[in-house]
Write a protein of this length. Structure first.
Lengths: 97, 471
């Protein structure tokens, strides 16, 4: 069973809040899913490869030559228009240090 | 002529548009009329686009002056997680409520070349997490056949849009069954292509090793037209794959029935009976039927509910309220992340983010995430063994039940997750699958038959479906 403290810690790591009013119901939901997925721990996998199989085995990194860059700032305004807070050509965040 | 949108297919609409029986404007206008009448009740569309007049003119011009393709002027609904430049793409979430796409998804760019008409963006479970659209931050969609029931999910809005005559076809996205299941519940056809066949550039990510864009339509021909238009390698998505050449369609198709998978008590008896009738029909049509075994496929759903949340916890980390989307002020930067994400995400994304963080955390990583990846390889091997033995297709029902009632499973996540029982294996294995209508339940609700094929063999899915539907 996942403890309340463990759940709070995970939520903290994932940067989401888990208010006390929700913690019991979240614990119940998550435990029921974990209970179900634990079935895979009973299965013996034998000597199956750890490498990606099927179509996943066909995937490769694709490199391109680093050349012909688009003109600097070409997309900046459009992208910055979606930012909740901006200043000039920068995203604005609370001070870090 | 009058336009009957509930029956009209892309192919017949194209014929009528070519013959001048009706104009693109009349066709699109008929869709809007239907949406105006039905959407307030069914909630298929989150937004109907207002700038269609110019697009309609351009499409009509192609008919008048030459250059029209089968998709020109065809009204399409687009799932709310696929980017259309300048339009909102909210992924059914409050955190992206006002987010406007700054570029076109590759699938959209390809459809624009045909001058298809994008009618609007269709409702979905938040970030495609769900099997009923009840997790949408904008209220559930309703099943047009029985509005007390769900249309399925997560691409429920895209299914309802076509089923109610608001579009002739639509795009959805699949991670564990999110096109096939709503297609089955709404009496449509839905395709989950081979992983890598359609670019995900511009698709808001859920589980990146599973996600694929897939179409909904009313006929095999229509499904194939949309699929052919959007498939292909894309330099913007490194997971896209080139098509192998020289694929030949077998003369006599051998269909495997995975009896072990079908013995799950979660599958409704009525669904099994409907499926057995479909198998009889396949026999009558000249298919060879073989009982097969996929010993590990029964664990697909468990594997899926480890890998998917793990990928969710990583993919959804980008929503931090800094670069785009919803932002909530906090005491410091970390507090802003937490407040933004806690108010912006609904319950299901938060649940899956925490679950994903759990299965990836020290002490559990090997037992859950690593083991799930090994199991995934076993499931892929199961399918490969069956296909190498001469079986061309695996058939199952699409869903374990008929469309369920709104609210029936909303408070029991595991019960909701079981909806993906028969669809998840194809996603986990990265292979293509289709759902086609196979009749009705006693409640007169549509049921679906699923075919699963080896990688890249969508042609076999289409061929078998044509025969089954006598198309």
């Amino acid at each position: 069973m996942v403890s309340k403290d463990e759940l709070k810690k995970l939520a903290g790591l994932a940067r989401v809040e888990l208010p006390d009013s929700e913690i019991d119901s979240f614990r119940k939901d998550i435990e029921s899913v974990l209970d179900y997925v634990r079935q895979i721990q009973e299965v013996a996998v034998g000597d199956i490869s750890e490498q990606p199989q099927g179509v996943y085995g066909l995937m490769k990194n694709r490199m391109r030559t680093d050349e012909n860059p688009h003109p600097g700032g070409e997309f900046s305004e459009e992208i910055l228009n979606q930012a909740p807070q901006k200043e000039g050509r920068h995203f604005r965040v609370k001070k870090i240090l | 002529m009058s336009i009957n949108l509930e029956k009209l297919t892309i192919t017949s609409a194209h014929r009528h548009l070519s013959n001048g029986d009706f104009s693109v404007e009349e066709l699109v206008g008929a869709c809007f009329k239907n949406i105006e009448d039905k959407n307030p009740k069914l909630n298929a569309f989150l937004e109907v686009f207002g700038d269609w007049k110019e697009e309609v003119k351009k499409a009509q011009k192609l008919f008048n002056e030459g250059g029209a393709t089968e998709l020109t002027g065809i009204p399409l609904a687009i799932k709310d997680n696929i980017l259309i430049k300048g339009k909102i793409a909210s992924a059914g979430s409050k955190i992206l409520e006002n987010y406007r796409a700054v570029y076109d998804a590759t699938a959209i760019a390809k459809l624009k070349k045909h001058q298809s008409i994008f009618i609007g963006r269709s409702n979905m479970d938040e970030f495609a997490m769900g099997s009923s659209t009840e997790n949408s931050a904008y209220g559930p969609s309703k099943n047009p056949i029985d509005p007390e029931r769900v249309p399925g999910g997560s691409s429920g809005g895209s299914a309802v849009a076509v089923s109610m005559g608001g579009a002739l076809a639509s795009l959805g996205s699949e991670t564990g069954g999110s096109v096939r299941q709503p297609a089955a519940f709404c009496g449509l056809l839905g395709l989950k292509p081979t992983y890598g066949r359609i670019s995900r550039y511009g698709l808001i990510a859920l589980g990146s090793s599973l996600d694929q864009i897939g179409p909904f339509a009313k006929s095999v021909a229509d499904l194939e037209i949309v699929f052919n238009a959007i498939k292909g390698e894309d330099s913007f998505d490194a997971t896209t794959l080139s098509e192998p050449g020289g694929l030949v369609l077998p003369k006599k198709l051998v269909v495997g029935i995975p009896r072990d998978l079908l013995s799950n008590p979660g599958i409704n008896q009525e669904v099994i009976e409907n499926f057995e009738k479909s198998v009889e029909k396949l026999t009558d049509l000249g298919f060879e039927i073989r009982d097969i075994s996929l010993p590990n496929a029964a664990h697909s759903l468990a594997v899926y509910y480890i890998i998917m949340p793990a990928e969710v916890s990583s993919n959804l980390a980008r929503f931090d309220g800094v670069r785009y989307g919803f932002h909530k002020t906090g005491d410091d930067l970390i507090d802003e992340y937490v407040k933004t994400r806690s108010s912006g995400f609904g319950r299901e994304p938060r649940r899956r983010i925490i679950l994903g963080t759990y299965v990836l955390s020290t002490g559990y990583y090997d037992a859950f995430y690593n083991k799930a990846n090994l199991m995934r390889n076993l499931i892929i091997a199961d399918f490969e063994k069956v296909f190498e033995s001469g079986v061309h297709l695996v058939a199952t029902p699409t869903t374990p039940t008929e469309a369920f009632k709104l609210g029936e499973k909303a408070n029991d996540p595991l019960a909701m997750y079981m909806s993906d029982l028969l669809t998840a294996p194809a996603n986990v294995a990265g292979i293509p699958a289709i759902s086609i209508p196979s009749g009705f339940s006693k409640n007169n609700l549509p049921l679906g038959l699923q075919f699963i094929a080896p990688a890249f063999r969508e042609d076999v899915l289409f061929s078998a479906s044509r025969k089954f539907l006598d198309e």
